[in-house]
Design a protein around this ligand. Structure first.
Ligand code: ZN
Length: 416
């Protein structure tokens, strides 16, 4: 794992919503794609008050010099709670308390990587709710979290433990629910215990034993029941879906985003476009798993499925980009380690995005997915005071964003 030994990590206890001014040679306006020269971002009580040229003699709290300022980045698909590089057996042995403690460390790494907001799509035992609230209260440093708590899975689906005997019941990770009634109940339970989002596992997956990513595990009616029950509570639904049939069913049912979207064909793309569904594609996960292999704790069946999906997922992302489907940046960090969240930006560029569009996927588009576009993803008055700085010009080389030199959230400098 990457360490940051030479950095000064600042985190004043319970410091939330501060006044600050950040000066730099350049800032990128992600909406227009224009670079603003000799700029100051002025933050009052954690919110951006103005962005403009430095006034003669203006003193600032953070004078960063020859760097490019960007809005804090958004990862639309993380799993902050739980340890890294764990085998399925390690996961079974991991208590909720341990998972939460690991989550504190993972949140810190994610923030240091410049990701000041995450949509956290599935965590065990509602530890994600506790972590979200501790971060929001200023108790521990980390990104602002929107959490999905327990993923809804069909019996035998991606969220079920299919590698243990029938008389050992594990209900830690997922809400096992079959049929519209059970699904509605689990949605309501998740919301009761703190869910901001609902995650449904519409197809098999890579990490689970005994599932096939091509299989659609929920019917369209079941998915629609999840969407309607979530909507009744003002929540949106994210659907994990690799195979084409599961993608189409979920989009037709009205989910807001398709996670992974590994097997898109033209007909599926047409449904996504018609419904305005977002795609969150994470080829970095497959690349990391295949590079790390068994040493990363991955099982043979996981590596086999990851290999089978890798090229399909990259090709599907290419198709989605070409067709103009909104693609929000999301990494599935937690399957691979945390803190390398920015490395996938280059893969989005390889899939046909410009560097600017890749940055938009992690700012404007992800903010829109979260329905937070009025306060996240831009360096503009009224938005939260989340500012990162990178060396060089990310429009020329998006890899500049992989290791930010400065990270501020709500006007509080975390990494300098
Ligand atoms: Zn995931």
């Amino acid at each position: 794992m990457r360490l940051f030994p030479a950095l000064v990590l600042l985190f004043p206890a319970a410091a939330v919503a501060q006044d600050a001014t950040v000066a730099a040679r350049r800032a990128l306006d992600v909406a227009s794609g224009k670079l603003i020269e000799n700029v100051v971002v002025r933050i009052e009580k954690g919110v951006i008050a103005s962005v403009g040229p430095r006034r003669p003699g203006e003193s600032v709290t953070h004078d960063l010099g020859d760097v490019t300022l960007l809005p804090g980045l958004i990862d639309s698909h993380t799993h902050l709670v739980g340890g890294e590089e764990e085998t399925p057996y390690d996961k079974l042995r991991e208590t909720a308390a341990r998972a939460a403690i690991e989550g504190v460390a993972n949140a810190r790494k994610t923030l240091a990587a410049g990701f000041t907001t995450v949509r956290d799509l599935g965590g065990s035992d509602f530890a994600d709710v506790a972590l979200r609230d501790a971060i929001a209260a200023g108790r521990v440093p980390g990104p602002r979290m929107f959490v999905a708590t327990k993923s809804l899975s069909a019996t035998g689906g991606h969220g079920d433990r299919n590698d243990i005997p029938f008389d050992i019941v594990v209900q830690r990770y997922s809400a096992i629910a079959d049929g519209a009634d059970e699904i509605r109940r689990k949605v309501r339970e998740n919301v009761k215990y703190g869910a901001d989002w609902i995650k449904v596992l519409a197809t098999g997956g890579v990490g689970s034993a005994g599932t096939d990513p091509r299989n659609a595990d929920y019917t369209e009616d079941e998915l629609r029941a999840a969407v309607e029950a979530a909507a009744a509570k003002g929540r949106d639904v994210a659907a994990h879906a690799h195979g084409t049939e599961g993608i189409v069913r979920a989009a037709r049912a009205g989910v807001r985003s398709i996670e992974h979207a590994s097997m898109l064909d033209d007909a599926a793309i047409a449904v996504l476009k018609e419904k305005g569904t977002f795609v969150v594609s994470n080829p970095q996960t497959n690349a990391y798993m295949l590079e790390r292999g068994a040493a990363g704790g991955y099982q043979d069946y996981q590596l086999r499925k990851s290999r089978e999906l890798y090229e399909l997922k990259k090709e599907s992302l290419r198709k989605a980009v070409r067709a103009g489907v909104p693609v929000a940046y999301g990494t599935d960090a937690g399957v691979q380690p945390h803190g390398i969240n920015g490395k996938q930006l280059a893969m989005y560029v390889e899939a046909g995005m410009t560097p600017l569009d890749a940055l938009r996927s992690a700012t404007l588009v992800a903010a829109r997915l979260l329905r937070q576009e009025k306060r996240l993803g831009r360096l503009e008055p009224g938005c939260v005071g989340d500012v990162i700085a990178v060396a060089g010009n990310p429009l020329e080389d998006v890899r500049a964003v992989e290791s930010p030199v400065f990270v501020m959230k709500d006007g509080v400098a975390f990494k300098h």
